[in-house]
Design a protein around this ligand. Structure first.
Ligand SMILES: Cc1ncc(COP(=O)(O)O)c(C=O)c1O
Length: 428
């Protein structure tokens, strides 16, 4: 047995890219996680340490059919998270009301503590829910605004949020003040001023998308938030793409309200999310789903969602374990490195440009590929039909290109294939 374990540990390190994914039994996973932890005790596991990252890849069930470079849509879960979800699901089916409401429901408070630890905030400021849309719309619809109050937002924000604000505009007569950002940009003054110039004495709130999903642009959220507060304006941050991707603590952003999805960069089960509200602002937001004391300052009033998937919620804990095992800072640097690896090579191909900022601090893993004389859908279609590389064509407001998003399990070999495919299409 010991020999077998030793062999598995060694092979997990040595085999690198070969995925044990779908076959991996619980014992194999324990061996792999032991191997990863042991490796990190002896090595730094830096962004260019392929031996380390190939072990991380083993924890994912990567497809042999396609190369998934659309992790910017939603992330896959590592095996321990998938397993936990299935285990809890099966358990709940043995007696739903007992296992869901008497057993798993007990896990929400410990989970809140763990999320707060990861996010660097007070657990009493975190509500656990299903996604960013739910978190952000809780704030958008829960804020007591009146006709004539102004909200500043960008044309490059996410459609769900834009639609929610438009609904309030129609229903309540609030006024939307639109910013149209010219992206990509690494000019902090330009980005800051685009927001600051739109503030008036009637502005009640500014919405800032921390990482713009269309091209991965990072916005100077803290600077905008500080300027807003100086004028008594509240700040809502859409962090769907920044949590567990960039390295920061939620309070660092200086927001009043913040929402994210845990099924994106944290790799928690599909349909898991988080709302953060600054303690002294909680009582002022009406919950979207009514609670017994809707005006209380208890963040749990936002968790009256009716019957929800407790297996999904409970397996978030496994995703936190996995994140902590890799280390958020190490992960964030690797993600940036992956983007840098392929973009620096693709930029050497004539006619290729990147519609995203490239420097650390302004970007993470997401980048937008642009090819002269070719539409985004033509490029995405070529990548998929010839190489089975799954990406997404983006045409939104003034942003056009093919969004390429690697993740921690993406190998450099995968990215070499991408660059070769781009080269082939460029000379087509
Ligand atoms: C910037 C941004 N905000 C909000 C969302 C909504 O996330 P969800 O579908 O998980 O609610 C997304 C989804 O991609 C996004 O990119």
């Amino acid at each position: 047995m010991t020999h077998r374990r030793q062999f598995l540990r060694q092979s997990a390190t040595a085999l690198g890219a070969l995925s044990l994914g779908p076959l991996m039994a619980h014992e194999q996973w324990l061996d792999l996680s032991y191997g990863i932890k042991d490796y990190l005790r002896k090595n730094e596991g830096g962004p260019m340490d392929e031996t380390f990252w190939s072990q991380v890849r083993q924890a994912y069930t990567t497809s042999p059919q396609i190369l998934n470079l659309n992790n910017g849509g939603v992330s896959p879960q590592p095996i321990p998270v998938q397993r936990a979800m299935i285990r809890f699901y099966e358990m709940c089916n043995e007696g739903p009301t007992y296992y869901m409401w008497q057993i798993l429901d007990q896990g929400r408070e410990p989970l809140r503590l763990r999320l707060a630890g990861l996010a660097g905030c007070d657990p009493d400021e975190i509500a656990i829910n299903r996604n960013s849309s739910e978190a952000l719309e809780t704030v958008i619809f829960g804020l007591p605004l009146k006709a004539g109050d102004e909200v500043v937002l960008a044309r490059q924000d996410y459609p769900n949020m834009i639609n929610a604000w438009k609904q309030r505009e129609k229903r309540d007569g609030i006024v939307l003040k639109w910013i149209n950002l010219e992206l990509p940009s690494q000019d902090e003054d330009y980005l800051f001023n685009s927001y600051a110039k739109a503030f008036t004495s009637k502005t009640r709130l500014v919405q800032i998308t921390h990482v713009i999903n269309w091209n991965g642009q990072v916005l100077p959220a803290r600077r905008i938030a500080d300027a807003a507060h100086q004028q008594g304006i509240e700040v809502l941050i859409d962090a769907a793409h920044s949590f567990a991707h960039l390295e920061y603590r939620i309070p660092d952003l200086g927001a009043d309200y913040y929402g994210t999805s845990l099924h994106k960069w944290l790799c928690a089960p599909f349909g898991s999310g988080m709302l953060w509200i600054k303690k002294d602002k909680i009582s002022g937001i009406w919950p979207l789903m009514a609670a017994p004391q809707p005006d209380s300052d208890d963040i749990r009033k936002f968790e009256s969602l009716g019957t929800r998937s407790l297996p999904i919620e409970h397996a978030i804990g496994e995703a936190i374990d996995f994140e902590e095992m890799i280390g958020s800072s190490r992960k964030s640097k690797r993600l940036w490195h992956l983007k840098d690896y392929w973009t620096s090579r693709a930029l050497q191909i004539p006619g290729v440009s990147i519609g995203s900022p490239l420097d650390p601090g302004w970007s993470g893993a997401i980048a937008l590929l642009q090819m002269e004389g070719k539409s985004p859908s033509q490029v995405a279609e070529f990548l998929f039909s010839r190489y089975r590389i799954h990406t997404v064509a983006i045409e939104w407001e003034n942003i056009k290109g093919v969004r390429i998003t690697p993740h921690v399990y993406t190998s450099l070999k995968d990215l070499d294939l991408l660059v070769n495919a781009i080269r082939e299409f460029a000379t087509h």
